[in-house]
Ligand binder design. Structure first.
Ligand SMILES: [Ca+2]
Ligand SMILES: [Ca+2]
Ligand SMILES: [Ca+2]
Ligand SMILES: [Ca+2]
Length: 411
């Protein structure tokens, strides 16, 4: 017996699963049979008879040495699908097998003999649409031994196929539950992107609900440059779900890629799952505010808060080395007024900038960056004779850190 489970050949993957139904045929009558087998001569692969997918072939093995070759050819959809081979045994005691060849006439699988008088049902996953099939048999006590054969696609690919590699990843809608499935050898890639705003960090919850008892789901993530993000790979046992939170920046230049596959072989095919990517909306309404030119403007006294959604990586020298959320505020102090502030927030760092005296002025960091943790300070400048713009940039050494600033503008 040839391989009947997972095996790869020439870059595409086949799984052949066979199911034998112990159904002794009794319905085919002799009057159904034409006098000659219209598919003969078909005794070698080079003289295979061309047959359409889903057409019922009614034919005979004329003697114990007869073999019948068929060629099936269609247009490949590019999607991995289940190809079913259904041979109905119309002979009382013939024992059939089928052998499958690829378009290059290379053998890729042979089904086990079904048994005397027993039907043969096989399936395999493929994204090809050209095959040769050989029907052969043994053990019949009388010839010709009649059979019917039908080969056709099950059309079970989900709506996101083909998405078997990162370059064909399907864009996945946010905040919507979608039905998906895996076939043997299948991998599903999805592109996660949020175009609602430019360059705003947020948290997205990726939820895979496993509808299969066979599938051991696995998930990994890749950045916009299609490099795997370390530390995010998640696996679960058979029949288990996966929920994973990711940090991602919105906008056309930003995306993450999600890869879903199974660690265990599938028995029930396809293995269904639902997928949902929920945006958590954890950033403040004034985003994007990551540069001084998009700073949140503050003109009245009060307490202001925000969230640094994604921390910034800091190296041993204390320099920022990773992209993260920055929240700028711009306090507008009218001429003749004084201004005081108090900053608080666990894991919050902030840069304070020298005042500028025209609204489009480029601020410069005032002295060294303030990176005290959990610190607070109050500063009051003397009133000056011009409107003044004071910038602050809040950063964090931990994700989802909340900053708070009390601002007092007074005479
Ligand atoms: Ca033949
Ligand atoms: Ca896929
Ligand atoms: Ca923020
Ligand atoms: Ca921000």
């Amino acid at each position: 017996m040839k391989q009947t489970n997972l095996f790869r050949l020439s870059g595409f993957l086949f799984t052949v699963l066979c199911v034998f139904a112990v159904l002794f045929n009794s319905c085919k009558k002799d009057e159904d049979k034409p006098n000659v087998d219209q598919y003969e001569p078909n005794n070698s692969i080079t003289e295979a008879s061309l047959v359409a997918f889903n057409a019922e072939i009614n034919a005979w093995l004329t003697d114990k040495d007869d073999v019948d070759f068929y060629k099936f050819s269609g247009t490949a959809s590019g999607k991995l699908d289940l190809l079913k081979f259904m041979l109905t045994n119309n002979s009382p005691d013939a024992n059939f097998t089928i052998t499958i060849y690829n378009k290059n006439k290379e053998e890729i699988a042979q089904a086990p003999y079904a048994g005397s008088g027993v039907n043969l049902n096989c399936q395999m996953t493929t994204n090809e649409a050209e095959f040769y099939v050989k029907v052969s048999g043994k053990d019949a006590t009388s010839y010709p031994a009649n059979y019917t054969l039908m080969v056709g696609f099950a059309n079970v690919a989900d709506k996101f196929e083909p998405n078997d590699n990162i370059t064909t990843a399907a864009l996945f809608p946010l905040n919507k539950v979608e039905e998906c499935n895996l076939l043997p050898g299948d991998i599903d890639f999805f592109k996660i992107q949020d175009l609602s705003k430019e360059n705003v960090w947020d948290v997205y919850e990726v939820k895979l609900v496993n509808k299969s008892t066979d599938m051991s789901p696995a998930m990994s993530f890749f950045d916009a440059s299609k490099t795997e993000i370390e530390g995010l790979e998640t696996i679960a046992g058979q029949g288990k779900d996966i929920t994973k939170q990711i940090f991602m920046k919105s906008g056309a230049d930003n995306a993450q890629y999600l890869k879903i596959y199974t660690l265990s072989p599938l028995v029930t095919i396809p293995a269904n799952y639902t997928l949902e990517v929920v945006k958590k909306n954890l950033n403040e309404a004034s985003e994007p505010n990551d540069t001084y030119s998009t700073a949140q403007e503050i003109t009245v006294s009060g307490t202001y808060q925000g969230t640094v959604v994604k921390k910034m990586g800091i190296d041993l020298k204390g320099d920022y080395v990773e992209d993260g959320d920055i929240d700028f505020i711009k306090v507008i102090v009218p001429a003749g007024k004084r201004f005081g502030f108090t900053v608080s927030g666990i894991n919050i760092k902030y840069d304070r900038y020298s005042p500028v005296y025209y609204s489009t002025g480029v601020p410069e960091i005032f002295g060294s960056k303030n990176r005290d943790t959990d610190s607070w300070m109050t500063t009051t400048w003397g009133a000056i004779n011009s409107v003044a713009y004071y910038y602050f940039a809040f950063k964090s050494t931990a994700d989802l850190a909340i900053w708070s600033i009390d601002i007092e503008i007074k005479d």
